[in-house]
Design a binder for this molecule. Sequence first.
Ligand code: AHR
Length: 505
Amino acid sequence: MKGRASIHRDFSIAQIDDRLYSAFIEHMGRAIYSGIYEPDHPTANADGFRNEVLDLVRNLKIPAIRYPGGNFVSAYKWEDGVGPKEDRPVRLDLAWRSKETNQVGINEFARWAKDAEIEMMLAVNLGTRGIEEARNFVEYCNHPSGTYWSDLRRSHGVEDPYGVNMWCLGNEMDGPWQIGHMEAKEYGRLADETSKAVKAFGKGIETVVCGSSNDQMPTYPDWERQVLEECYENVDYISLHKYFGNNSRNSLNYFAKVEETGRYIQSIAGVIDYVKAKKRAKNDIYICFDEWNVWYHNREEDSKNWHSWDWPEAPALLEEDYNLEDAIFVGGLLNEFIRRSDRVKIACIAQLVNVIAPIRTERGGKAWATSIYYPYQFASLYGRGTALNVSVDCPRYDEAVAQDVNYLDVAAVLAPDGKSITVFAINRSPDEAMELDLALHGFDNLKLIDHQVMGGDSSLARVANTCAEPNKVTPRKGDRLAVGEGALKGELPAFSYSMIRLSVG
Ligand code: AHR
C-alpha cells in the first residue's frame, strides 16, 4: 500500500515541553522494593539502589517523575518515611493490600532521582489527609531552614531544600476505589484551597488537579467541568489517566485506540476552554497525562490476587511481559502526545519499574528492558523540540473503537537547534508493507542519519522480552529508506514502528 505524507518547516503545532516524556513510580508491588531499591542486591549502591536499574533509567533521559502514588498516596503518611530507618513504622497499604515498610521515603527517593538525573513531581494525600499535611510536606521539601519542618529535614541530614516545583493534588479522586473518594465539587474546593497553600511556598510552583481516572468513568467529562469551575484560576494542569489493552486480540482495533485517546484529549481541551471562557479567566490550563500505558496481560488475575492476599510485602503485581504489538501501540500513543503537544504538556508513562513498566527486575537477579522501553526511549531522546504538522494520505480502516483510521501513523519533530528532524512512523497494517513518500518542504541538504525499526512480521506480534530472553523484541537498523529531491522514500515493513532521523541544512 502507498502512504503519502508531507511536512513543512513553518507549519508547526507547538513547542514540545520536555516533560512530555516523564514517568510515574508508586509504592506498589515491586516498583520500589526489589525494583529500584534492593540493598542486598549485588549491584546495590551505598544507598541501597540497584545500579544496573539506574543505568537503564538514565538511558531513558526521563525529565520528571511522579511519586509516591497513585492509589497508594491516598492513605499515605509521608512522615512515616523520614528519619532513622529503624524507627519507621510498618503500615498497611490499603490500596494494594500490601505491607509498607517505609524503608524508602522522600529523602531516599530524592537521592535516587538525583542519581537518575530526574526532577521530582510529588503527589500529596488528599484522600485521608488535607491542606495541613500537604503544606507540611511542601515545607519539609522546599523551605531552606529555620522552621519546624525544614529543620526536621535538616536533622535528617538534608541541608538543602529540594525545590520541588510540580505538585499533584491527590490521585484519581473521582474513583469510588480511591480511599477518600469525593464528589467533584467537594474535591474541586479542596484542590483549590490546597493549591493556594502549596503555591504560597514560591513563585515557580505548579499544581496538577485530578481529572477523570479514564474516559469511561460515568462522571466523565462533567467531573472536569465541575472541578475546574472550583479551582481554574489556582491550578496549572488537569490530569488525564488511561490504560490500554487488547483483550479481543485484534491489532488494528488496538492501534485505533490511539485515535480514541486523541478524542479524549480533545474533549478535555474543550472543557478547559469552556471553563476558561465562563470564568473570564486570564490563565491557561494544560493537560498532564500523568498515567498512561498498556495494562491488560495479567489484569484480571492480578486483581483477584490483591483483593484476597494477606498483606504481603512488595508482592509481584502488574508485572507485564510486553510484546511487539504493545511496543507499536506505545509508539503510536507517543505520536499522539506529540501531535497534541499544544495541549498536553506533561505525560508520565505508568509505571517505570516492574509494575506495568518498561523496566523489569528479578529479586536478587537480572534487570531487563521490555519491548515498550524502546519507543519510549526514542521519543524521549529525539522527540524534543518543535512538533510539526504532518498531513497524511493513505488507505484507512474502520474498527469498533474508531473509524477512518490511517494505516500510516506519523509524527515529526524538529530538533531545538533546527538541524535535524525525527520522524516516528508506524505502519499499522498486519500484512502489507507501506511505500512511504514523505515530502519535506522548507528544508535543504536532507541526509538520513539513522533509521531504527521494530517489527515487520505480525506473526511475531505476541513475542515478548522476558528475563530468560530479554532481547527478543529490540530495534534494528532499517535499510529500506532513502532521501532524495526533498523527500524521504522507501518501505515501512508491515506491522512496524520506525524512528527515522534526518539532518537538515
Ligand atoms: O498505576 C496503577 C494504578 O492505576 C494507580 O495507582 C492508580 O492511580 C491507577 O488507577
